[in-house]
Write a protein that binds this ligand. Structure first.
Ligand code: GCU
Length: 614
């Protein structure tokens, strides 16, 4: 449907109004607890029993009414105890059902679920000893895509979005001794969701990240931001937020190693801004990823976090880190282990991936196309890698659907809430390769505004659209006006042109901003060798990389790149039986861990860049 402002002025006027009144808080949930790992918590990770439920028998009765909205609220698979009125014909039994490892997607753990899209129920039993003067938060790192959560047979709530954390206050809902939590996870795709039905990555379903039960003081430190002010190496700015009845408290922020100790008074909402002058400190950078222990203490609570301090800004076509011009020597990656396919399972998997990134002599990584785990960004803090973080506003989104917009904004704000203290994160990306139209420009423009209003200390970007005009690759996507970087994906030599002819093209970029190319690359089947004009060979991919460096180096404002992609990854869109077999082969490393020729070529290019930017 091709909408235009001329033909449908009223629609766009109404549409604009709808957005104006789409109250940013209309969807806001209780603030996500900051630094869950730094709180007193027990892990509910481990083996959870599961029940595959393609017809959602555990959620709807035979008249397709949700059990959890019925009068008794009983009858669904969430009621782990056999409902008395059902006698023995109950048709599910978690104790006798198989189990999978949580966190972990179901596709890679249960063969018959490799391509499954639908509902799977999960149940975990755990012991608790709830104390009266404590608060309890049940926290999920991520469930893809829609989760309905029940505790001891009672519904806690639901959540949409496959890559961002969510939580439930379960204070007063835990029993002393054994409890059980049941999760209905459903990874079906729909046009109006975020992402929409078409993506070039595997639709891993399930509880893919940690499940934690945090025990907190009655009034606790729920949120805080402690970062350098925009462009100011001498000032720490942010806030602390208390949750609970004792809203007015003194809160002390201590960074002992930097000689910092400041006390603030929270207001009636439990909030206090912080402005702390910096005498001297080691600034965080890829070369020196210095993390400080930041202690935050109130009358009733105390926590520590590991935080790096750096500034990031743009000046004309330059990207400036801690006052110094840098080049982003990057690579893109998905949240997937190539060697044992499935979502990255924990620190070991993540460290393997980021060690490969460091081997490439990268100082930067694009965590595509959705929020990766908090552990991943904390690891990037520790290992010294700058990060492009992204929400899955990917390709052909339903731009005119207000619920879709709210979903996108919620996933963006949850990502930014979770990672606002991570020094590695320098870019909030609001999307990837979204087709240009007036509704898309409004939708994306609004996301950019929200990103800036939530955090003015980082850059806002997206992978823009490009088009070819004669021998020019033109970058003039109107969304670029709202962003700090000119970023785009271009597949010269693979999806258009060839290694032979690609050097005939030049870039015509209509923005005076730093250019950070978000994707280029070619498929190569690891170990397949031929001449450099034979597609799918390592030689073809390698020559394409060499030619890309020649083409891109002609761009004056080139300040970074994240070639596509570190390792081969699973995709339901890649069906060639010999070269692909449901793998996207643009990796520089194969799914057997074999480094292809282009891996070494990219490293050599980055070694040269590093010398130039010394
Ligand atoms: C697109 C897209 C990627 C995709 C890649 C490809 O630009 O952003 O998600 O995997 O191209 O076609 O391999």
């Amino acid at each position: 449907m091709n909408l235009s402002l001329k033909k449908y002025p009223k629609l766009f006027f109404l549409h604009g109004l709808l957005f104006l009144f789409a109250d940013i808080n209309s969807f806001s949930q209780p603030v996500l607890i900051q630094n869950i790992y730094g709180r007193n918590h027990q892990s509910l990770n481990g083996r959870w029993n599961y029940i595959i439920d393609p017809y959602e028998m555990g959620y709807y009765d035979y008249r397709h009414m949700p059990f959890d909205q019925s009068e008794s609220g009983k009858g669904g698979f969430y009621d782990d105890k056999k409902p008395k009125d059902k006698g023995d014909w109950v048709e599910y039994e978690f104790d006798l059902s198989p189990s999978v490892k949580i966190p972990g997607d179901w596709n890679s753990q249960v063969e018959k679920l490799e391509l499954y899209e639908g509902t799977v129920w999960f149940r975990q039993k755990f012991n608790a000893d709830p104390l009266s003067q404590k608060k309890y938060i049940l926290y999920f790192g991520a469930v893809n895509y829609e989760a309905h959560v029940y505790l001891n047979g009672k519904k806690l709530g639901s959540h949409k979005g496959g890559f961002t954390p969510f939580q439930f206050d379960v204070t007063g809902k835990l029993t002393k001794g054994e409890n059980f939590v049941v999760v209905k996870a459903d990874n079906k795709r729909f046009q109006d969701e975020i992402p929409t039905v078409n993506t070039d990555w595997w639709n891993y379903g399930g509880i893919t990240r940690d499940v934690l039960l945090a025990e907190l003081p009655d009034t606790y430190i729920s949120d805080y931001k402690v970062q350098l002010a925009k462009g100011n190496l001498k000032m720490i700015e942010g806030f602390v937020q208390l949750e609970g009845d004792q809203k007015n408290q003194q809160v002390t922020i201590t960074i002992a190693e930097a000689g910092i100790k400041q006390t603030v008074n929270t207001d009636g909402n439990g909030k206090a801004s912080i402005h702390i002058p910096v005498k001297s400190m080691e600034y965080w950078s890829p070369e020196n990823p210095k993390l400080y222990t930041v202690e935050i203490e109130s009358a009733s609570d105390k926590l520590n976090d590991k935080i790096g301090f750096r500034t990031i800004e743009t000046k004309g076509q330059d990207i400036i880190l801690n006052g110094k011009s840098i080049f982003l020597r990057g690579i893109s990656m998905h949240d997937e282990n190539p060697l044992i396919p499935g979502r990255l399972r924990g620190q070991g998997d993540m460290r393997m991936m980021l060690n490969w990134v460091k081997e490439l002599n990268c100082n930067y990584v694009r965590l595509a196309h959705y929020p990766h785990s908090e552990e991943m960004t904390r690891l990037a803090d520790e290992m010294g890698l700058l990060v492009w973080a992204e929400v899955p506003v990917y390709w052909t989104i339903s731009w005119l659907n207000e619920e879709t917009y709210k979903n996108a904004e919620k996933q963006l704000s949850d990502l930014m809430t979770r990672d606002k203290n991570r020094s590695s994160v320098i870019v909030w990306s609001i999307g990837n390769e979204t087709p240009i139209s007036e509704p898309r420009n409004i939708f994306m423009g609004k996301l950019a505004t929200v990103a800036r209003s939530m955090d003015n200390t980082r850059l806002v970007a997206a992978a823009l659209e490009i088009h070819r005009k004669g021998s020019n690759v033109v970058v003039e996507d109107p969304l670029g006006d709202k962003l700090d970087l000119v970023s785009f994906n271009e597949y010269a030599g693979w999806y258009w042109s060839s290694t032979k002819d690609m050097l005939n093209y030049k870039f015509d970029i209509k923005f005076n901003k730093p250019v950070v190319v978000t994707e280029f690359g070619a498929d190569a089947l690891g170990g397949f060798h031929a001449d450099d004009e034979t597609r799918w060979s390592e030689e073809y991919q390698d020559l394409l990389y060499k030619n890309q460096f020649k083409m891109l180096s002609a761009i004056n404002g080139l300040r970074g790149m994240t070639p596509w992609i570190l390792v081969d990854f699973r995709s339901p869109r890649r069906q060639h039986p010999y070269f692909q077999d449901f793998w996207n082969r643009k990796g520089l490393i194969s799914e057997t861990g074999k480094k292809k020729m282009a891996f070494h070529t990219l490293k050599g290019f980055y070694d040269g860049i590093q010398v130039k930017y010394k």
